[in-house]
Design a protein around this ligand. Sequence first.
Ligand SMILES: [Zn+2]
Length: 401
Amino acid sequence: MDTNSVNIEAIVRQVLADMRSSEGASAKAPAAGVPNVAHVAMLTKLKNFEIKEYPMPPVGDDDILVKVEGCGVCGTDAHEYVRDPFGLIPVALGHEGTGEIVKMGKNVKLDSAGKPLAVGDKVVTCMIFQDNPAITTFDLNKQNVGAADVYGLLPDDDVHLNGWFADYMLIRKGSTVFNVSDLDLDSRILIEPSAVLIHAVERAKTTGILRFNSRVVVQGCGPIGLLCVAVLRTMGIENIVAVDGNQKRLEFAKRLGANATVNFNDFKGGIDDLTEGVKKAFGGYEADFAFQCTGSAVAHANVYHFIRRGGGLCELGFFVDGGPASINPHFDLCAKEITLVGSWVYTLRDYATTFDFLKRALGIGLPIKELITHKFPLSKMNEALETNLSQAGLKIAIINE
Ligand SMILES: [Zn+2]
């Protein structure tokens, strides 16, 4: 029964895709002539991007050639720029990118969610070249994509178009790709970081503690903490307190849905003083649930103090190894019976859920696109990375043309 309905669905999808691709040529403006060369911002040594020119590679039967429109700068790019911890140099970075299909192989019909694909569609990629069904099966939702590769963190090869800091990208067989033509460019650039929060909230929900009426602390108001506030508000949680040391970011957290903020610089009397500040922001109560969105060991140790007995915590700030943090297992975990979950990256299914989150967030008027504070052309890659490192803004993006 199930097998039959799946087969019929697949057949219908295929027929629709065939119809769409045969009318594609007339329905969509033809792709402007694809040039003979592509430009890639190649990190050739530490703190040095160079714009390299490469011949446009042939597009195989399973490949998709994308004209890149833009790509967000991630903390991981900054790590690579400064230290190259993954030893990838020379490397084409950029994994938060999006663009328009200008050419595709004859075998490409559907995206990873079963939506038809055609020249002119706007796309993003998720993980690539992975054959573990716990990761790649779209609806299984079993394992996060952390063990898979992504474009933008691949070693250089003879194709060279391996990252989104470029004017063209070649999506090859074995990659996940999503048709996101119904999202504007800024929203598409925010997909990858937003997916991290969709996953974190899914992890939080497994505790059974997070409810519509929960009092929720979000600690840390960088792009991830701010998106956390927006995701919680978009899903209907009203009572959110944001904690950070930067007043400008706290103000923005309010516009994204926090109804109170706590600036830790106002509390010089140690953790007990700060805890009183958080309680006061909740009208005299501790939090039911907390999201820890900083990479600071002190912040991790502090967050337990804000949570009530029987409450929950989602730790997602230690996205990379930030060293150990000290807690007191008796007071922080056992005596309070805290339910703790960790969260890292996302599953393939969370990625697609993120598209709907972005539409709903815009629908209820949250200014999420203002998270992108700086836009640079590809020729200013080094400047873009320096701006990211200076922490002058929130999300930095490279926008082509
Ligand atoms: Zn990233």
